[in-house]
Design a binder for this molecule. Sequence first.
Ligand code: 3EB
Length: 303
Amino acid sequence: GVLAVVGFGDPPSPTDPAIHNPLQRVDGGDLVEVWRGDAPIECGQDGDIRYACNDDYLFGVLTVDERVHGDFRTAVEAAYRQLLAFQQRSQLPHLLRLWNYFADITDGEGDRQRYRQFCVGRVQALAAFPARSLPAATAIGRLDRSDTLMLYWLSARQPGIGIENPRQLSASRYPRQYGPVAPRFSRATLTAAGQLLISGTASIVGHASHHHGQVSAQLSETLTNIRALLAEAHRQDPRVPAELGGSSLLKVYLRHRADLPMVSDWLAARLPADCRCLFLHGEICRDDLLIEIEGVHGHGSAP
Ligand code: 3EB
């Protein structure tokens, strides 16, 4: 059973995958992302939400036209309220992983910056959410000048466990300098099946960005962060492999397309050959960050 197929880049033709991630692939490949689950799969629509689910998992998509709301923050809050209301009614209520894509992510001065406004809208909807069950997340700028905020997510019948990174301050404790409210997400979710869903991870140690303008140093710091997260998850659940490998799928976001040769060569030289990467062109939410890496790790077994 196929729960979701995510295609990248140009808007789909009617025969293309059901979920359209608006970022362009920069590696020229035409791979799609496929989320498999046990059949039977049921598809449906609820308000603006489209979903597919089986007995254990649900994959949902919600797009919101920013122009129909007064401002971006309100659009984000409305989207998250709709998402949470839907999840609370669902038999698969536990959010494991969320992806957020919207344009001009670093535009706007100070607290008006769009990523900061995104964080405010999200907090207004997620206020009552216990920190330990915050989903893993990605928030990346789309570059196609669209006015649409796109959210998609994975949820489950059984809750996951939020995993924090010992090298990084929990995002929900970031100090005031990063915005009026702290971002709300976990560094990773450990699913009941023992799979690790890794949030967008960048060259951040504690709360500070490191290696401004240096791609390979940022890559190195990011991989060190991911390895620390895997070690922490493995410590909590030995089903999670302690090292990246054949069960790992990474998505690498690049601010600059021109960095692709360096980034892909650097990773190829340091990652196990059986760990696969897909490269996308998108804006990272801090101006000083050039790359961000997310992923899925471990096979998972029936919960
Ligand atoms: C960071 O670690 C980098 O706001 O949902 C990564 C993953 C980041 C998710 C989000 C932000 C988010 O703070 C940015």
